[in-house]
Design a protein around this ligand. Sequence first.
Ligand SMILES: [Zn+2]
Length: 407
Amino acid sequence: MSADLRIDPSRLLDRIRSLGQVGALPGGGVCRLALTEEDRRGRDRVRGWMEELGLEVGVDPLGNVVGVWPGTEPGPPVMTGSHIDTVRTGGLYDGNLGVLAGLEVIETLQRAGVRPRRSLAVGFFTNEEGARFAPDMMGSLYFVGALPLRQARAVVGIDGKSVGEALDAIGYAGASPPMAVHAFVELHVEQGPVLEEEGVTIGVVEGVQGISWTEFTVTGISNHAGTTPLRLRHDAGWVAGSLIQYVRTMALELGGDQIATVGSLRLHPDLVNVIPNRAVFTVDLRNTDEAVLQQAEARLHAHVRALAEQEGVTVAHRSLARFEPVSFEPELVDRIEATALRLGHTTRRMPSGAGHDAQMLARICPAAMIFVPSVRGISHNVAEHTDPADLEAGANVLLQVMCELAT
Ligand SMILES: [Zn+2]
């Protein structure tokens, strides 16, 4: 019976637009930095909708808000949700879609008179964006017990106010205790160009990429660019340039999801007729597979050493960031894919290039994500857009997956 249910796309779109009016920017887009007055007004609006649906709304001490619709049997809920805080120049969909689609799923079931066996929950997590307070995904990190409350409240934001002060000021430091979750599924806009480029409607997210950032400093010898024979050079710039070339080749050879970027490069003394004596550059490696990511790191370092030896220069390096990849629950990923195909949508398995609350929830329960296309891949931008038909498709996949999990 619930297999034939579909969400109401106009009701979903109305809520997205209504929430988008809170903190709306003059030329479009929205600014609701975490725990600001705008965020409070956004929270109040969504909380109001939760209460209208008769959900049991709880606010935890870090301001995460969860609405639970009890099932016919006790036990931890099947949960969905995301965040409603935005960057300073945010769009209407990043985060908001996942929360409002969760409300839409519950309203659809309620109106159809279908009450699932397991409870359903929809939540929004505090400070996912990290645009005011670091780290990002703060609320979900606390939610899964990986960040102490005292430590989170002490974080000072870009405006000098602490998380604790800001939470108290907007009245969102609640008392709900930690909760168990049966499974977590998050619907989100892709925030990248892949789905649109390939004409695919549903991104089946298998995990979140691991990140490895390294800064290299190559030290050679400066000399006259006209008089120094090539065989006698110790050219730091050549090593850097060769490395830029190499990381692309290496990523292609490793295949799969491996990507590699040299995003910053500075040569010294940076003059037209002087062989560079110093090159400082960064390498950004990402992969969803930790073993391959480690291979990429090993190959990168071996190649740097070989180049340095060949050119007679020295190389120093330091790590700027290192996060292991997160793999979503394979069974849940399969279920999302099968459901999307059953609903007649095109699908593509993909990693998430950005961090999301679901990767934190994956620490305490089976978790996975559904992506829908972002027009021209634009996000964290007032021009962020997703076609209404794609919003509808994503929400229907969410509806069916949650129904299956709750039955
Ligand atoms: Zn987001």
